[in-house]
Design a protein around this ligand. Structure first.
Ligand code: IMP
Length: 431
């Protein structure tokens, strides 16, 4: 297949970066289509650790074109910093390899200030955002007062819009959020310094992708966050501000519907989430601490400790349905070594009723109790496994049960952080 999307099936942090990096070896173009630098993909390449926030994970393969589509919101200062950091490490040296949609919206310092001030004032109602201004930037896009990258081509007009927006946001910050106003001149200067570095990347990503696909090139669409953080389908309001499911590719890359050939869902062998909101299979205490430490479950974007839980098959089935999933990549199976017994949430109990499928209205999740199935664990290290046959029987049974409950075939299994620590059963680009 030639067009493949990778999406998270949980609350983000499923290990998409590693799988995208692995698949990127077979792709010509890698595309981000939603979200911003609230995403953080951790990759380990030749023993070196990289965290990518805005630049698609293809950046670590020489010669791959990286596209940031119109559905994203991009902080120009963070983008310039990320490019410079990669360059300093001898990566991503060719400017022609980055295409940034001129229609993508900018995340500006006032978005960050509003995000942080709102969260600080929300107390127990806080969402636990990354604080990078993502929600306020998408709000401005929908309110039709956002600033798109295309505006950078005309510095005078850009300066006017920026000044107008800062004046308005300063009033809002002071009156509603009791926060300090921002200095318009300082922001204009900061952006002026990065402008010339960013303009050469601007592109009509839709036209670029249509041409690449017509020329038979392989395109990988890299989702950020996860299905349960989707603005429509996730645990609203404890979600991010974009659509994170595969259909966002069509509006946000963009790609014409019908041109996407496969969707690969990524899930951890257990579940994590950062920030507030319902999490039916959450566990606490010694076991959670152990998984957090073994799995290094601390947010790559913010460093926050992630909440931990068992694998939730109800969520997995919802993600399979919403994303039209072709296959599932299960990551971090190795982290479960030594946990015995293992549990999988197979349904929810709410009142007198059992729900095998996601109940309508996510509010129910606040009070839904998980119904677990127990499976035996294993003690052997999995890190050297490269085929299913290398795994202990109990690990194979765990995988089979997850695939059966989720209703989707397994395509890959992660057994360690490195690119090569992966059992590849089916690579969509080679199918
Ligand atoms: P925001 O996207 O910064 O507005 O944060 C909204 C919610 O989404 C918070 O609970 C964040 O922790 C969560 N979130 C956003 N991006 C990611 C991600 O890439 N991984 C995990 N959680 C995320």
């Amino acid at each position: 297949m030639k067009t493949v999307a990778v999406v998270g099936t949980q609350w983000g942090d499923e290990g998409k970066g590693k799988i995208v990096d692995l698949l990127a070896a077979d792709a010509d173009v890698v595309v981000r289509f939603q979200g911003g630098n609230n995403a953080a993909h951790t990759l380990v390449v030749d023993g070196e650790k990289f965290i990518l926030r805005l630049i698609p994970a293809g950046a670590l393969h020489p010669g791959k074109v990286c596209v940031i589509g119109n559905g994203t919101v991009v902080d120009p200062l963070a983008l310039a910093e990320e490019i410079a950091a990669l360059r300093a490490r001898g990566r991503f040296l060719d400017d022609d390899l980055l295409k940034l949609s001129c229609d993508a919206h900018m995340v500006l310092p006032y978005h960050r200030a509003i995000d942080r001030a709102r969260e600080a004032r929300a107390g127990r109602r806080a969402i636990g955002t990354t604080g990078f201004g993502i929600g306020p930037a998408y709000e401005d896009k929908m309110a039709r007062v956002g600033i798109r990258f295309d505006e950078l081509k005309n510095p005078r007009r850009f300066g006017e819009k920026l000044a107008r927006n800062i004046a308005e946001k300063n009033k809002y910050l002071a009156a509603m959020l009791k926060a300090k106003p921002l200095k318009a001149k300082e922001i204009a200067n900061q952006l002026g310094r990065v402008r010339a570095r960013i303009v050469p990347y601007l592109c009509d990503t839709g036209a670029f992708l249509a041409e690449a696909i017509a020329a038979g090139r392989r395109v990988l669409f890299e989702g950020a966050h996860g299905t349960m953080l989707d603005i429509d389908h996730g645990t609203y309001p404890f979600v991010t501000s974009s659509n994170c499911i595969a259909s966002a590719v069509f509006s946000g890359a963009p790609l014409a519907p019908g041109r996407l050939e496969a969707v690969l869902g990524i899930s951890k062998a257990y579940t994590t989430r950062v920030g507030a909101g319902p999490f039916p299979s959450e566990i606490k205490g010694v076991l959670a601490n152990r998984l957090r430490t073994e799995g290094e479950e601390f947010g790559s974007a913010t460093g926050r400790p992630r909440r931990i839980g068992w694998f939730d098959a109800v969520l997995a089935r919802l993600a399979v349905r919403l994303n039209g999933m072709w296959g599932l990549a299960l990551t971090k199976l190795d982290v479960l070594t030594g946990m015995d017994p293992l549990r999988i949430c197979v349904a929810y109990q709410f009142g007198a009723k059992r729900y095998d499928e996601m109940p309508p209205g996510r509010g129910v999740l606040e009070r839904a109790r998980p119904i677990y199935e127990e499976l035996p664990g294993w003690r052997e290290s999995l890190s050297g496994a490269r085929a299913l046959g290398d795994l202990p029987t109990a690990a194979r049974h765990y995988l089979e049960r997850i695939a059966e409950l989720a209703g989707v075939p397994l395509a890959m299994v992660g057994v360690g952080a490195a690119r090569e620590a992966t059992i590849v059963l089916n690579n969509p680009f080679r199918d």
